[in-house]
Design a protein around this ligand. Structure first.
Ligand code: MN
Length: 338
């Protein structure tokens, strides 16, 4: 990683007030990488004030944090309930790469957007337009990584900051969940895990700490999403299209599990449609399909907000713009028929 660039950025943080945050409904990758980054900055930068703020935390993440607290009662990262955005010099935004994804809760006005510094650390696909496009918007965006936690792991290694056990637990949890229990992992992911797992950590214990049973509404969405699935065949590939009222990502994952090569699930919310798409890794490899890029392109054309990875992506669009169902489906078909 660009050590000298990061070193000079770190030097510039001396005496500053930093806010560390992630996307809405923070997941384990977002929360773990934020806590670990906070630890990292405190070790390396003198006289720095940091605030960790999440607009909301997913249930699974909350559960993991509770279990972590039972295991390490002395480890107690503090999350701010609110913050005064005028007092923040630099915003570290993790596990997402667009200001528009955090706009709603950062509540920045135009002047603040232009004058404050933003540093993104993320592993989702980004066109170069967003990060490093302006002097005050910088960051590290590496979409070959399966989690933001892996990027943070590299920072610790690069700057020789030693891990403490609760940070190891958090980073492993973020890596495991974001890589889909290593389904989307690469060699680096596994090497990072191997270095993080020390004698104090039992992998099976950690696996149990991550275990949650989906609640009944999620199970209903998974079942209804499956019952309603329409099957479309393009060459030798099967696309499943369905709709649910919530948990569209979870329903799309189930469609892939039962055998569809590509899945798209639409959920109609109060003011918007949310669409989750998934594709098997093999399909992406063989056809060059990249769902994140595809949805990002569509976002630009249709004033929507979308993006993600090659095999997993999502898009939200205001209701008056339409569902985008056919637009997305046509693009996917086009890719699969190549
Ligand atoms: Mn992530």
């Amino acid at each position: 990683m660009f050590r000298s660039k990061i070193q000079s950025y770190l030097n510039s943080l001396k005496g500053k007030t930093i806010l560390i945050t992630t996307h809405e409904l923070a997941d384990l990758d977002g929360v773990s990488s934020s806590i670990a980054l906070n630890f990292f900055l405190k070790k390396l930068v003198n006289d720095i004030k940091t605030i960790i703020y999440f607009s909301g935390i997913s249930k699974r993440t909350e559960l993991f944090l509770e279990r972590l607290k039972q295991k390490f009662p002395e480890f107690n990262p503090i999350f701010a309930e609110s913050f005064e955005n005028n007092s923040i010099d630099v915003f570290f935004i993790l596990d997402t790469n667009k200001l528009s994804n955090v706009d709603e809760f950062l509540k920045l006005n135009q002047i603040q957007r232009e004058q404050r510094h933003f540093f993104f650390i993320d592993h989702h696909f980004s066109d170069e337009m967003t990060i490093n496009s302006k002097e005050n918007i910088q960051g590290i965006c590496l979409d070959e990584y399966s989690s933001t936690c892996e990027i943070i792991f590299d920072l610790f290694e690069e700057f020789k900051v030693s891990f403490i056990d609760p940070i190891r637990f958090l980073l492993i949890a973020g890596i495991i969940t974001d890589s889909g229990y290593l389904k989307f992992a690469n060699n680096h992911t596994i090497q990072a895990l191997a270095k993080l797992l020390n004698d104090n950590i039992e992998y099976q214990e950690l696996r149990l700490m991550l275990k949650t049973e989906p609640d009944i509404s999620e199970k209903i969405a998974q079942i209804k999403g499956t019952q309603r699935a329409e099957m479309i065949k393009v060459k030798k590939w099967l696309i499943g299209v369905s709709q649910v009222s919530s948990f569209e990502a979870s329903a799309a994952n189930i469609l892939i599990k039962i055998g569809f090569d590509v899945a798209m699930v639409i959920s109609e919310r109060k003011d918007e449609y949310r669409i989750s798409v998934r594709a098997k890794k093999r399909v992406c490899r063989k056809t060059g399909l990249h769902l994140g890029k595809l949805l990002e392109e569509i976002s630009r054309d249709y004033n929507a907000n979308g993006g993600g990875h090659d095999g997993a992506a999502s898009i939200n669009i205001a209701k008056e713009e339409g569902t985008l169902k056919d637009v997305i489906l046509d693009k996917i078909k086009e890719n699969l028929s190549k």
